[in-house]
Design a binder for this molecule. Sequence first.
Ligand code: SF4
Ligand code: SF4
Length: 204
Amino acid sequence: MSDPSEHGGPAGGASERGMPGAGLVKGLAVTLKTMTSRSTTQQYPDVAPELPPRSRGVIALSEENCTVCMLCARECPDWCIYIDSHKEEVAVPGAARPRQRNVLDKFDIDFSLCMYCGICIEVCPFDALYWSPEFEYAEYDIKDLLHDKDHLGQWMATVPPPPAHDPNGEPAKEETAAARKVAAARPTPPVVRPEPGADPGPAS
Ligand code: SF4
Ligand code: SF4
């Protein structure tokens, strides 16, 4: 037969649950504390919410930084980035042949599919995509949630500046890796062994 105290039965006793009525007092204390503290309700849209500056509102495109590498479109889990481009020949003074460069024709993001994961921004190697905290771009027609490159470019004006450099912060991973490479490439000084029978010098 099982012990009723294991199941919180009568044998568990009031001592395990504390004084009778303690739960009620605790609950009333929470009620009183909530009643006397200031309300935190925000009267949106009359009062704009104070969002953290790095909030994920909308994605902004810096078109001049985009090299049409297609990494963002390939990594997007929702396949909601659409890019088109064409190649152009650029004459380089002194070079035997003209260089080719990609020219961006289309860069659309469909925010009706986007899940705001931020992968596209993380993977972009050329700092062409940024988060803007702007979130007021709801539309009556879902088709209007497809933002083209001009629309995405307009969001750049709302991207907050990067945080100030912290002199006491951790060094960047790139800096640490470069320092490690330099240290590994430096030749190690040869170990000088004392001649047999030579004076070993003063003991430390
Ligand atoms: S935030 Fe995520 S889902 Fe949205 S476009 Fe970028 S990669 Fe795609
Ligand atoms: S990853 Fe960056 S550079 Fe490459 S296509 Fe996307 S936005 Fe342009």
